[in-house]
Design a protein around this ligand. Structure first.
Ligand code: SF4
Ligand code: SF4
Length: 327
């Protein structure tokens, strides 16, 4: 079988009224960005696909997905067909009461141990406010952490490392420990999804050395996570090697409008099809020539060099990306 889909990233909605320096999604009008999103009925059909029979991990992402009226519905539909599904969502944390109510509602359908929320906290208040521009955003994040903690779900603070905040890496780890929650460290990148392709992330060699030594100091670079840092470093040094990528055959991305892609890069020439054209039947879409051709393009590395840092089904020359460990 061509496909062994282990996880799905469903971008529920790209709408986000927040404001961040490194992302342009917030600049889009709500109507413009939510127009043409797929209906929940399409998603419900999709989730019943035979190719998703063994799929159990669902990333619900995009802009501020929990502001979408569809979010709870999506969780309900997944749990209807997948009793042990594990759900993960990234949030800004800027809507404490809304996040709380949405998660509480979701817990009617999914057990708290199978639900993880990552809350963006890019460093200490001073540095956070250099990249996240919502008024009192930092305080709102802390309020959200406390509210969600009371619901017993898994929570992590997520820091994307930028020039402005990398010195806060040890701070983040200590702060998460103080709050008795988890943490995650990711690296800045350009992405069509963030609509920031023109932004250039450049570091001096000394800055890269300093970041690496801070990551080492907080014990972040273990066997699971080091490959991702080496990838990020190769991107910043403009020397990304070719690698084996299994996105598309082992993992899929569905955008809010029903387009299916192998990865969040959402490149037009890697579009496998649109669920609306198949009335939600993902099996038919994946068996189409267009989708199978995309798998060939990925196999032939036509989309490389690649800097899609959150793609996880990859074998680098220096080791496996986290989603491939154990396989
Ligand atoms: S990074 Fe996230 S929170 Fe910030 S503007 Fe973009 S989608 Fe919104
Ligand atoms: S190589 Fe990169 S762009 Fe191509 S499918 Fe993999 S993650 Fe996506």
């Amino acid at each position: 079988m061509k496909y062994q889909i282990e996880d799905i990233n469903y971008m529920v909605s790209l709408f986000c009224p927040g404001k961040c320096v490194n992302c342009n999604i917030w600049q889009y009008e709500k109507n413009e960005i939510t127009n043409n999103e797929i209906e929940i009925e399409i998603f419900e059909k999709t989730i019943q696909s035979k190719y998703l029979e063994k799929t159990n991990y669902f990333d619900l992402t995009a802009g501020e997905s929990q502001l979408s009226p569809k979010y709870v519905e999506v969780v309900r539909v997944i749990s209807k067909y997948k009793k042990d599904a594990f759900l993960h969502t990234n949030i800004s944390g800027w809507y404490p009461q809304k996040h709380y109510e949405v998660v509480k509602e979701c817990l009617k359908y999914i057990s708290s141990k199978n639900f993880r929320i990552d809350i963006s906290l890019d460093g200490s208040k001073e540095n956070y406010e250099k990249v996240r521009l919502v008024k009192n955003g930092y305080e709102k994040v802390i309020e959200t952490v406390n509210l969600l903690k009371s619901l017993g779900i898994q929570i992590r603070l997520t820091m994307i490392v930028y020039k402005e905040n990398y010195k806060d890496i040890p701070w983040l780890v200590e702060f998460a420990k103080e709050l008795e929650i988890g943490y995650f460290i990711g690296y800045s990148r350009n992405a069509g999804l963030l609509r920031n392709r023109d932004k250039i992330y450049s570091y001096t060699n000394n800055e890269l050395k300093e970041i690496e030594s801070l990551l080492t100091k907080v014990n972040w670079l273990d066997e699971r996570r080091k490959p991702n840092w080496l990838w990020a470093k190769s991107i910043y040094k403009n020397s990304v090697p070719f690698f084996n990528c299994f996105m598309g055959s082992r993992s899929l991305v569905i955008d809010p409008y029903g387009n299916v892609f192998p990865c969040n890069e959402c490149l037009e020439f890697l579009k496998m099809g649109n669920l609306k054209d198949f009335n939600g039947d993902l099996d038919l879409l994946l068996e189409s020539k267009k989708a199978l051709d995309v798998l060939k393009k990925v196999e032939k590395k036509e989309c490389q060099p690649c800097s899609m840092l959150c793609a996880h089904k990859i074998e680098f020359p220096w080791g496996k990306q986290v989603g491939m460990i154990g396989s």
